[in-house]
Design a protein around this ligand. Structure first.
Ligand code: TYM
Length: 310
């Protein structure tokens, strides 16, 4: 369907909007725990929910068009496999709605070069070898347009998107002060405390990232059980033996504890107590169980969806 997606209910409930880029062959557990779980939950609350595949944003990474089309489809299937319900949420492709790049131009013209130049993701991505095209530089203003176009009140994302939401708020406020109050809704970030930043398994001081992490650092939602097991058992920890949540001193162990805590619903302190006297191997085995228990049904559902092109 092309054009602006119609709201499902036609109601005046506050709106939730979020998107994910189809920049790799599968979403990873960071996308799932940091954002998708929240998207699904919000469908049950008093909101109107809009979720989309950010395939225009993905053009910032030079990709073969056929590969990008495939990844776009996989991402949509993964949203649904994860619990996004197209009967309750408006689910769409960014490239089908020409108003996104149209409003992005207005957002570009409302942003100073200095502010755009302070976006840390651009610098991080370029430092990690990503193509420094102008699209990558103006990416936050397209993201602002995505949000402002729908009058979204809340935007459920991971911690890494916080700065982009700040610039979105600034742009909305600037728009309103120039063109009159009551124009654009100034959105609030909706960031989960515990799971907003899942780290790379091989380098746990950096976030798990579909574009910059090595395969061994990523738990993909398409990975077979044996791959998930191998990656978790090989996750970098430290030379101590104590299982303790201390993200600065023990980033690897802390990351495993966070994944455990979110998937098992057990608090970090309780986990520390229950692992007293146990080694890292025990923690890793339990994380394998939990991750496989979540990803395996997800993978099956995704395969069913992808087998049915309609
Ligand atoms: P993207 O595609 O990089 O990531 C999708 C969502 O997953 C979250 N996320 C994580 N959460 C926890 N730990 C991690 N390691 C991790 N990695 C990613 C992200 O925070 C995000 O919520 N610019 C956005 C896509 C976008 C968007 C929007 C989002 C485009 N327009 C409008 C919200 C509203 C991005 O690149 O996310």
């Amino acid at each position: 369907m092309r054009g602006m997606p119609a709201p499902i209910s036609g109601s005046s409930l506050p709106r939730i909007l979020s998107g994910m880029q189809p920049t790799s062959d599968s979403l990873h557990i960071g996308n799932y725990l940091g954002a998708l779980v929240n998207w699904v939950k919000l469908q049950d609350e008093a909101f109107e929910t809009f979720y989309f595949v950010a395939n225009l944003h993905a053009l910032t990474v030079p990709t073969d068009p056929q590969v990008l089309r495939h990844r776009t489809r996989v991402t949509a299937a993964q949203f649904i496999a994860g619990g996004v319900d197209p009967a309750r949420s408006s689910l769409f492709l960014q490239s089908d709605v020409a108003e996104h790049p149209e409003l992005a131009w207005v957002c570009n013209c409302l942003t100073s070069y200095g502010q755009a130049n302070r976006m840390t993701q651009f610098k991080d991505k370029v430092a990690k070898g990503q193509d420094p095209n102008v699209g990558l530089f103006t990416y936050p203003m397209l993201m602002a347009a995505d949000i402002l176009l729908y009058d979204a009140a809340y935007v459920p994302v991971g911690e890494d998107q916080r700065q982009h939401l700040e610039i979105t708020r600034d742009i909305a406020e600037r728009f309103n002060s120039r063109f009159g109050e009551g124009g654009l809704v100034v959105p609030e970030p909706y960031i989960l405390k515990g799971s907003a930043k899942i780290m790379d398994l091989t380098e746990p001081t950096g976030k798990m990232s579909g574009t910059t992490s090595p395969d061994k650092g990523l738990l993909l939602l398409s990975d077979e059980d044996s791959r998930l097991r191998k990656k978790i058992m090989a996750a970098v920890t430290d030379t101590e033996t104590e299982i303790r949540y201390a993200p600065d001193d023990k980033p690897g162990v802390s990351n495993l504890l966070v994944i455990h805590s979110v998937l098992s619903g057990t608090g970090l302190e309780q986990l520390e107590r229950s692992y007293a006297g146990h080694g890292y191997g025990d923690l890793k085995k339990d994380v394998v169980e939990l991750v496989v228990g979540t990803v395996a049904p997800f993978r099956r559902r995704m395969a069913e969806l992808l087998a049915d092109p309609a």
